[in-house]
Design a protein around this ligand. Structure first.
Ligand code: LMR
Length: 355
């Protein structure tokens, strides 16, 4: 649970008052029980599961992490104390993968790009215009291609739990409105650590700059970069739209996550608690997909309202022909990743052919 100790200390102080005054909610009572248990667990050894991520709590991943926290604590009857750390509070971007190996943190859901050095094949999901829609994407993740990718992650010593969504990415800039692919020429775009994204922007004759997620807002504000690509939910919750002039609805690429756990932590759990983790992640994944749809829609409305109110942001909707022009330029890069050490022809063609 986020800031567990803080809430437990405050709970300790307030729990008796709440009970005396008769206004102690079930939640408060539960917290008090947890506090007592945590004290016992100091002696007994409770399992603490730290879940680190980089986005805001009000994003699909942030909300699903909180849902998972509640669900696992409930299923494990408090034997696993889940502590969620959002917004890069613990680790930035791919640093979390090293920390998982050391069991300094037990769980994370890095975006596929962040696995680049460990399982480059996950960059399959970064390939622009590879998926027709979210349904197609889910069929790829839930089918043979997804299973193969999870196996590759398992071989590297992680427990690959499940795929989580954010959504499709949009392009923004403060330099020039992005309507046709040539508008991107020469512009500096922030990218995640992904060879595919690097190639995507090179195909546009643009200048990709790798940068941790936590530095994008200041990078845009200070003009270190001209633009960026991300989902509506990440753009809105980190206020990127407030430091950009143009937002183009391209839906050109997908941003999603693989939820991974420290192998050491997983192996330390008795079988019943492993089953609880599996169930909690299954339930959280169903919710996560719902949050991804809801939040990206709601937050787009909030960005539109901001644009109308301030006049500081132009939102550009592309026609089918305009979108096809982007697709034509950037999808040329697929064959550069046919090599098995990069992504692999089988995986790329397998994803494209998934019905
Ligand atoms: C990014 O770096 O833009 C994303 O990977 C952030 C996230 O986790 O959604």
């Amino acid at each position: 649970m986020t800031t567990t100790m803080k809430s437990l200390v405050s709970c300790f102080a307030t729990a008796s008052i709440l009970i005396l005054t008769g206004c102690g909610s079930e939640k408060e009572e539960l917290k008090e029980k947890k506090l007592v248990k945590l004290k016992q667990d100091d002696e007994k050894g409770q399992f603490i599961l730290k879940f680190s991520h980089v986005v805001s709590p009000n994003t699909p991943k942030g909300k699903a992490a909180s849902f998972f926290e509640q669900r696992l604590e409930e299923l494990s009857k408090g034997k696993i104390d889940v502590q969620v750390y959002p917004s890069s509070q613990l680790y930035k971007d791919n640093a979390v993968l090293k920390a998982l190996k050391l069991d300094s943190v037990q769980m994370a859901a890095p975006s596929f790009s962040k696995f680049g050095k460990i399982v480059p094949q996950l960059a399959l999901f970064d390939l622009p215009f590879l998926f027709k829609d979210m349904q197609h994407l889910h069929r790829v993740q839930d089918g043979v291609v997804g299973t193969k990718l999870k196996e590759l992650v398992t071989q590297k010593g992680y427990i690959a739990l499940n795929f989580w969504d954010n959504h499709f990415k949009q392009l923004s800039s403060s330099k020039k409105a992005l309507v046709s692919p040539s508008d991107a020429t020469g512009q500096k775009f922030r990218i995640m650590s992904s060879k595919v994204l690097e190639s995507q922007f090179h195909a546009l004759d643009a200048n990709p700059q790798m940068m941790p997620f936590s530095e994008v807002y200041s990078g845009l504000q200070q003009g270190v970069i001209d633009g960026q690509e991300n989902t509506i939910s990440n753009i809105f919750t980190k206020k990127f739209h407030e430091v950009q002039k143009y937002l183009t609805i391209t839906n050109h690429g997908y941003l999603g996550y693989l939820v991974v756990m420290s192998e050491k932590f997983w192996n330390s759990l008795p079988a019943d608690l492993q089953a609880n983790v599996t169930q909690a992640i299954k339930d959280a994944t169903v919710k996560e997909r719902e949050y991804a749809e809801q939040l990206n829609t709601q937050q787009f409305n909030q960005i539109k309202a901001y644009a109308e109110k301030t006049g500081n942001l132009e939102i550009i909707n592309l026609t089918k022909e305009q979108k096809d022009a982007w697709k034509q330029v950037v999808s040329k890069i697929y064959s550069d990743f046919y090599d098995e050490d990069k992504i692999g022809e089988d995986l790329i063609k397998g994803a494209l052919a998934t019905e």
